[in-house]
Structures are given as C-alpha cells and as structure tokens.
Ligand binder design. Sequence first.
Ligand code: ADP
Length: 269
Amino acid sequence: MSLPPTSPTSAPAAASTAAGTTPMVSLSHVAKRYGDHVVLEDVSLDVAPGEVVAMIGPSGAGKSTLLRCVNLLETPDSGTVSIDGRTVDTSGGISAKDSMQLRRTAGMVFQSFNLFPHLTVLRNIAIAQERVLGRSRAEAEERSRELLERVHLAGKEDTYPTRCSGGQQQRIAIARALAMEPKVMLFDEPTSALDPEVGLEVLAVMRELADGGMTMIVVTHEISFARDVSDRVVVMADGGIIEQGPAAQVIGSPEHERARRFLRAVTDR
Ligand code: ADP
C-alpha cells in the first residue's frame, strides 16, 4: 500500500496522490469559521484509494472540524468535498440529499462510541443496514456476525454494550461503521477515551483495516500508530495544513518549526 512520497514541504494545496489515480477523498479550498473565529482556512487535501492518512497537530488546530467536513457533519462555508467521484460544492449550501449520499460513503468512528444501550451488540450493527441500506433482518444480521468476527468480537452478539469494555465498544462502533460499506473510514481520536492497553486492541483492528486496503483518515495523538501504519502524516496548526509527507520523514525530521514543537511535546511526554 505504499505510495510514492508526497511533498515533504509545507503544502496547503492539494497533495498529489499516486500519478494518475483519482483520489478517493478530495477536499478543495475548504473554509470554515464560527462567527469571527476562522477554524479552517482554505484547506485542500487529496487522499488516494487505500491510503491511510494520520492527521496530527495541537489541540484547536481544526483537525476534528476538517474530518467532520469530509462527511458533511460540519458544513464548510466554501470549498468542494468529493468522495469516490461524488462532488459537493458547499458554497451554495448543501441539499439534504447531497449530504446523505456523501455521508453514506464515509464511515465515522468517534472518541465516544455512541452505541444504543437498549440494543444487543448484534442489533447495534444490524439496525442501520436494515433502515438505510434496506437489507433484510437475516441479511443484516449475517453481515453483522461477519463484521464482529473481523473486529475479534465473535460471541458477543447477544451482549448489551454496557457489558462490554471500552475497547470492545469501540470495536463494535467500527463494525457498525463498516456495515454501511463505506468507501473511506474517518476516525476522530478513536483511542483517546480508552486506557492505553485497551486502546491497543482498537489500534490493532485499525491496522488490520489499513492492511486490508481501506482508505482511512485518522485524527490521532497516537504517534506510534501514525508512524507505523499511516502512509502519510498531515500536520495541522491554526486552521491549515503546515506540513505533510511520509510518516518517517514528518515525525522523524519535521521541517516546520510549529510541527517540530508539537512533535517534541508529544514524544517527550
Ligand atoms: P482539533 O480537533 O484540532 O483539536 P477542532 O476542529 O476541534 O480542533 O477545533 C478547532 C477550533 O474550532 C477550536 O478553536 C474550537 O474551539 C473551535 N470549534 C470547534 N467546533 C466549534 C463549534 N461548534 N462552535 C464554535 N467553535 C468551535
């Protein structure tokens, strides 16, 4: 899954993907502000099919907002968002149909798992398949069992989420997102609410997904995950991309002073 190296230098403009490859995800000149506060300023980012991008940077940099703009959980003020060739120009507002279609192609995993406490693990994974994808209950449950195996939770079908550990709940949330057959998986600090050991189970599942060729954008503090699993590390600060490139290079010898300061702070901890 290794790709030709992308530009190591500060590159707010779209990163090139493998030559001739249509990006799976493309953000072009995305901007977002809350009142007077500019949170994203003209951000462009292309992610190739099968590429794993780790997004790191100081708190408040706009990482989470950018991730949420990919599946239009946040509406950018301007710019275009494309997933798998479906493009939405956000400047003129977004129709409910556009946002629903785009959202279906991007699976999202949050820091908090947001599982339905009154449904079993199996039903948590099956229900949206029935309601959104129109699968029969039998079909949805069969697919849910396969996905539970994939996240190493076979046998938990009839358990309720509250009886599962945090790591197990996060893996159920991953299975639930995968059940919608997404083209890209978006992870927003998926391990930061978990004990380090439990977080490892989740990171292992994410690594398997990456190895299986899933396109992934992962906002993370886990520098070792970024270094070992991602194809590209993107460093954000002050609402923009300040540096990006292969993980070894960006983490090993960042060029931008702000990136160096951030990485020193996380690695010295
Ligand atoms: P990061 O993920 O890098 O920590 P965020 O994208 O969460 O950064 O936030 C970027 C900035 O946007 C922060 O200053 C945050 O306070 C602000 N912000 C995020 N969401 C909202 C919101 N719904 N309303 C107002 N400000 C927000």
